[in-house]
Design a protein around this ligand. Structure first.
Ligand code: UD1
Ligand code: CA
Length: 483
């Protein structure tokens, strides 16, 4: 369930859609999914392997793996090249087999590296690690196209087909070959139906055909696309299928394409959120880098970023320029602009910000207020308590209806260790107080403004360390020297 939830923006919000897709298949048939990810990615101009660049906060390859995981019982084989250790570490799971292609001699050579790991009776689907938004339904339709005498090939019609392999069809309209850009005649270059690279084929046939592929072409590479002509010659028909939209088969070669696909991906996420009953001030200025779940009538202003797993209740209002990461936020919460909230749990009707920094381990109970320029960390704040201005509250437990005055600091760190501050119900902390932890302020106690509290304060007492105010009678201000 978890996996499905993270796997695809379109399935994020409805748990009923998270079921694995069962393929109708014969007894004992296997499905293998080979993901090609060994390409250098030179045009990214990056030290990071291309497939680890992120889309929606998730590595490109992780998107493909998550979609592959929606195919029931599929064995996943990833072919990686340079930086394979980093790729293996970033995108992992017991269900993934990694194989290294030391030299990138072409897509057929890459699949050949995976061949020894493929299961015996079944179908193999070939995907690209740098084509992140391929959909589950598309994979299913390709796998269903594979029979003893047919294979499935995903093609797309592009107004500008430059750079892609062209689909060559015969007089009967059947696909019979793919010709790469660099090998295509000027007539073939006018063909707009192109190879997406994604195909599904009978595993045994794949095994038999791969070694026969040669590199007698313009790039001296072993082309997987030669499989099409080989299959055609063996009387295996080429069943072509098309994706739902072209972004689904959009590959990432450079940072511009990555940014463009990111915007598309974010817009799709925004649209599905709006369909769930969330108001977005501008769906083009919305970023979700994880899994966001939201109740109805939640309103999100512009330039908000959601990371990790975020749950929002009903009627939550989020002000502009707010970043929320791994949080649970209950109903009717108001978050004012420019707040940063991480790993926190926020109760009903809480009001946060503007300019609040809520750090990990913060728990705000119902009806709490944390105002501007307040930083909290590992702070458990009880119902109805307020920290309205300019404070630091860290490693602290506050009871209910506590009032923390402006400029109050929990001095939690002695230079070596962290210490805890406890403030009990109904206590009132005057402005500009330093609470030197470990320290406890009892129920209903009051601390005078400007105090440095290093000893426990008893229930209902007033504590203050403020020095007495003195007056100097007859004192006069110095006058300016007129030299
Ligand atoms: C390939 C197809 C082309 C198709 C296009 C779609 C071939 C020969 N051509 O061309 O018909 O239109 O994709 O984008 O297949 N890879 C490896 N090892 C290698 C070479 C490539 O793992 O030795 C991986 C790359 O990381 C990438 C994928 O295979 O994910 C495609 O390789 P790329 O070099 O981008 O192929 P294209 O020339 O674009
Ligand atoms: Ca490519």
């Amino acid at each position: 369930m978890e996996k499905g939830w993270h796997s695809h923006p379109f399935f994020m919000f409805n748990s009923k859609q998270l079921i694995y897709y069962p393929l109708i298949r014969e007894e004992g048939m296997t499905t293998d999914i080979v993901i090609l990810a060994a390409g250098q990615g030179t045009r990214m101009k990056s030290a990071l392997p291309k497939v680890l660049h992120k889309l929606g906060g998730k590595p490109l390859l992780q998107h493909v793996v998550d979609t592959a995981r929606c195919i029931a019982d599929a064995k996943i084989v990833v072919v990686a090249g340079h930086g394979i250790e980093r790729v293996e570490e970033a995108v992992c799971g017991n269900d993934i087999t990694y194989v290294q292609q030391a030299q990138q001699l072409g897509t057929a050579h890459a699949v050949l590296q995976a061949a020894p790991h493929l299961q015996d009776r079944g179908k193999t689907l070939v995907l690209y690690g740098d084509v992140p938004l391929i959909r589950r339904q598309t994979l299913v339709s390709l796998l269903e196209a594979v029979e003893e005498n047919s294979l499935g090939l995903l093609t797309v019609d592009l107004p500008d087909p430059f750079g892609y392999g062209r689909i060559i069809r015969n007089a009967q309209g059947q696909a019979e070959a793919i010709v790469e850009q660099k090998d295509a005649s000027s007539e073939q270059q006018r063909i707009t139906e192109v190879n997406t690279g994604v195909l599904a084929v009978n595993t045994e046939q794949l095994r038999n055909w791969l070694p026969g592929i040669e590199n007698q072409n313009a790039q001296r590479e072993y082309y997987l696309t030669d499989l099409i002509a080989i299959a055609h010659r063996a009387d295996v028909s080429i069943e072509t299928r098309q994706p739902v939209d072209s972004e689904e088969v959009q590959g990432i070669n450079d940072r511009l394409q990555l940014a463009e696909l990111e915007r598309y991906f974010q817009y799709q996420t925004a649209v599905s959120l709006m369909k769930q009953g969330v108001t977005l001030a501008d769906p083009r200025r919305f970023d979700c880098r994880g899994a966001l779940q939201a109740g109805s009538d939640t309103v999100i202003d512009v330039n908000c970023v959601f990371e990790g797993k975020v749950q929002l209740g009903n009627n939550v209002t989020i002000g502009a320029n707010t970043l929320i990461k791994d949080c649970q936020i209950a109903d009717n919460v108001e978050i004012k602009p420019n707040s940063l909230i991480e790993e926190a749990t926020i109760g009903d009707n809480a009001v946060i910000g503007p300019f609040a920094r809520i750090r990990p381990g913060t728990v705000l109970a119902n009806n709490t207020k944390v105002g501007n320029f307040v930083e909290t960390k590992k702070a458990v704040v009880g119902e109805g308590s307020k920290i309205n201005h300019l404070s630091y509250v860290g490693d602290a437990t506050l009871g209910s209806n506590v009032n923390v005055g402006a400029g109050t600091i929990t001095c939690n760190y002695d230079g070596v260790n962290k210490h805890h501050t406890e403030i009990e119900d109904d206590a009132f902390i005057g402005s500009n107080t330093a609470l030197v932890a470990p320290v406890k302020v009892g129920k209903g106690a009051t601390v005078g403004a400007g105090s440095a509290i290093s000893k426990n304060v008893k229930d209902n007492e007033l504590a203050l360390t403020r020095s007495k105010q003195t007056s100097v009678p007859g004192w006069q201000r110095p006058e300016k020297n007129n030299r």
